[in-house]
Design a protein around this ligand. Structure first.
Ligand SMILES: [Fe+2]
Length: 301
């Protein structure tokens, strides 16, 4: 009887781990439409962003071709890669086929990269090699800096804030000299959102949490990474803090044990309406005005 119980227990454990491993093999393509600030207004130019986060090339179960097949035919204007590519020198060559897939998508406004805590585990020489590989494959690296693109007549500021978890983020530097436009922030660790009361953004893309990775019965992966945000139930998907929208991707790869329970590898397509611009006074933290269509209107008190 005891032997039967043990066999059943072992078999059940094996099944759970097998199923949890299988969860890492099929990526979900999430499509997010950022709701308009004012639903009565026209949408205006729609910017389509592909976000891939937390590839963790050491433990990725999604082959490059699956990434391509999921995205071929989708409208994509620019690509945002929000960190944690890998943490071992020997896996840098494995990243290249994924970058080639992104190049094959031939997006008109480029590929933008910020780094995560795992990328900074690399020794300086190896980190330089990672940067080199990314740049050779058309990626623009942003470390506490911003660039601007003009999309259908609208200026879009792409603000790359370096990793908050490893204390490399510098918001002042990242936002320094920013001109009026749609402010899109790319960063790895979403915890930084809790420190951005005085920094305006229209949308922020992040990753880092892996959706908890083993999110049953609770998000274990977040015990160290995001205790405060977990308490606020901010773990994944489209969220708001201080009335500002931000997104936490579940990421494409895994860390430590290569399983997922209650979460799946994620590829995300974001559709943003650029007619909605909220501008915040960086000094006072108050809303000053919002721009809708071509008019600048005072906000009602
Ligand atoms: Fe990660």
């Amino acid at each position: 009887m005891k032997a039967l119980f043990l066999i059943t227990l072992l078999f059940s454990t094996f099944l759970i781990f097998y199923k949890a491993y299988k969860n890492t093999e099929k990526a979900v393509l999430n499509k997010v439409k950022l709701p308009a600030f004012d639903s009565h207004q026209q949408q205006g130019p729609l910017l389509h962003i592909l976000q891939i986060s937390d590839m963790h090339i050491e433990k990725i179960s999604i082959p490059p071709e699956q990434v391509y097949n999921k995205l071929a035919g989708e409208k994509i204007d620019l690509i945002a890669l929000t960190g944690d590519f890998l943490d071992k020198k020997r896996t840098i060559p494995k990243l290249i086929p994924y970058l080639k897939v992104l190049q094959r998508l031939n997006v008109p406004y480029g590929i933008y990269v910020v780094f995560g805590n795992h990328d900074y585990v690399l020794k300086q020489n190896d980190f330089d090699m990672l940067q080199d590989v990314l740049e050779k494959h058309g990626c623009k690296i942003l470390q506490n800096e911003h660039v601007a693109i003009y999309f259908e007549g609208k200026r879009v500021n792409i603000i790359g804030v370096d990793d908050f978890y490893t204390k490399r983020s510098n918001l002042q530097k990242s936002f320094s000299g920013l001109k009026e436009g749609y402010d899109l922030v790319l960063t790895h660790d979403p915890n930084i959102v809790l420190n951005m009361k005085n920094y305006h953004f229209d949308y922020l893309l992040s990753g880092h949490f892996h959706g908890g990775q083993i999110h049953w019965p609770k998000p274990y992966h977040l015990a160290k990474l995001g205790r405060t945000m977990v308490q606020m139930n901010m773990i994944k998907g489209l969220l708001y803090y201080d009335e500002k929208p931000f997104y936490i991707s579940e990421g494409l790869g895994q860390t430590s044990i290569n399983i997922r329970i209650g979460s799946r590898p994620e590829i995300t397509l974001h559709q943003l309406s650029l007619n909605k611009i909220q501008k915040e006074d960086a000094q006072s933290g108050h809303l000053m005005y919002r721009e809708l269509s071509d008019n600048t209107l005072p906000l009602p008190q």
